[in-house]
Write a protein that binds this ligand. Structure first.
Ligand code: NAP
Ligand code: COA
Length: 269
């Protein structure tokens, strides 16, 4: 009996932008485990080679293409290369992102633009460039957004703006491309352990403790939590779901579960 026959993504081709590390690599590894051939895109060929080697060592089929998601022509060339090698794409994940902690008043216009270009323009580039190379009907596109899209945060103006744009773009594309049988959804992860994102946002044990205290479930999630949801959205099991932004975040948007006392308001003038 073919060991791969019953795997939910058997015979499928998946393209994961930002797939050389972290949450997105976790998704790519999981897709591979469930039978997909996975193509990874990010800027660093070294990181890609390592990620591809890991997937291959586990028995999967993978390739890594170095490109910057801000460069439409490079993204399209990468997708066309995958299509020539493996055929049309069934699943596309757009998860490349950049983040740093900075107050808006200390941020240059280029700093703001850099994050908007990687996250929002990059997601447009990846999803738009994939359109001609998708298996239609049936393709599933997944953007990776964040709670910052709907919950304003200090020192995250660039990320909040970029991820809010991703939410709206995801829904607009779902409306336009539903007629082609393409589904477009987004996953909004909460704080996930062992990631570059949380290393930047909560770099000390104290900061990590404070993040957890404010979550309904009081703990970080794991890459596997996001990968499980991505697998569902990639598979035909979610065939009637499109245009949704699905939270996988330990209740991060519900409100602050355990806030310390607030400082007093300034006196009325
Ligand atoms: P990560 O490991 O730093 O992943 C980012 C990926 O994007 C890397 O593969 C990076 O590889 C690639 N990348 C960055 N800039 C790029 C560019 N201009 N062009 C192409 N690729 C680029 O971060 P992560 O923490 O796992 O985050 C992954 C995703 O989850 C992001 O969309 C993030 O916003 C979202 N998210 C994360 C968390 C969390 O807890 N970590 C929470 C909510 C949402 P190269 O350096 O090789 O380019
Ligand atoms: N605070 C304020 N501004 C910052 C900054 C910080 N911590 N880090 C970078 N910038 C500014 C730079 O000064 C520059 O602006 P300037 O030209 O006016 O000086 C601008 O942002 C672009 O920086 P640069 O280093 O040239 O960008 P890049 O394209 O090489 O890298 C980043 C993009 C900055 C987002 C980089 O951190 C990165 O590659 N991140 C990917 C990994 C990541 O963020 N993972 C977490 C995902 S949630």
């Amino acid at each position: 009996m073919d060991a791969f026959k019953d795997r939910v993504l058997a015979g499928k081709v998946a393209f994961v932008a930002g797939g050389s590390s972290g949450i997105n690599l976790g998704i790519a590894e999981y897709f591979s485990h469930h039978g997909a051939r996975v193509a990874l895109l990010s800027r660093s060929q070294d990181k890609l080679d390592l990620a591809v080697a890991g997937i291959q060592a586990a028995g999967g089929e993978a390739l890594g293409i170095a490109a910057d998601v801000r460069d439409y022509a490079a993204v399209e060339a990468a997708i066309a290369q995958v299509q020539r090698q493996w055929g049309n794409l069934d699943v596309v994940v757009s998860g490349a992102a950049g983040n740093f902690v900075a107050a808006a008043k200390d941020m240059s216009a280029n700093a703001f633009k850099t994050v908007v270009d990687i996250d929002l323009l990059g997601t447009f580039n990846v999803l738009r460039a994939s359109y001609a190379y998708l298996n239609k009907p049936g393709a599933s596109l997944i953007s990776i957004t964040a709670p910052q899209a709907v919950k304003p945060r200090v020192y995250q103006a660039h990320v909040c703006a970029a991820k809010a744009g991703i939410n709206m773009l995801t829904q607009c594309l779902a409306m336009e491309w539903g007629v082609d049988g393409i589904r477009v959804n987004a996953i909004s992860p909460g704080p996930i352990s062992g990631t570059e994102g949380m290393a930047r946002l909560a770099p000390t044990p104290e900061a990590e403790h404070a993040v957890k205290a404010h979550l309904a479930l009081r703990d970080y999630g794991e890459k596997r939590d996001i990968a499980d949801l991505a697998l569902f959205l990639a598979s035909d099991n979610s065939r009637y779901i499109t245009g949704t932004i699905i939270d996988c975040d330990g209740g991060s948007k519900l409100g602050d579960a355990d806030l310390p006392p607030l400082p007093p308001l300034p006196p009325r003038g």
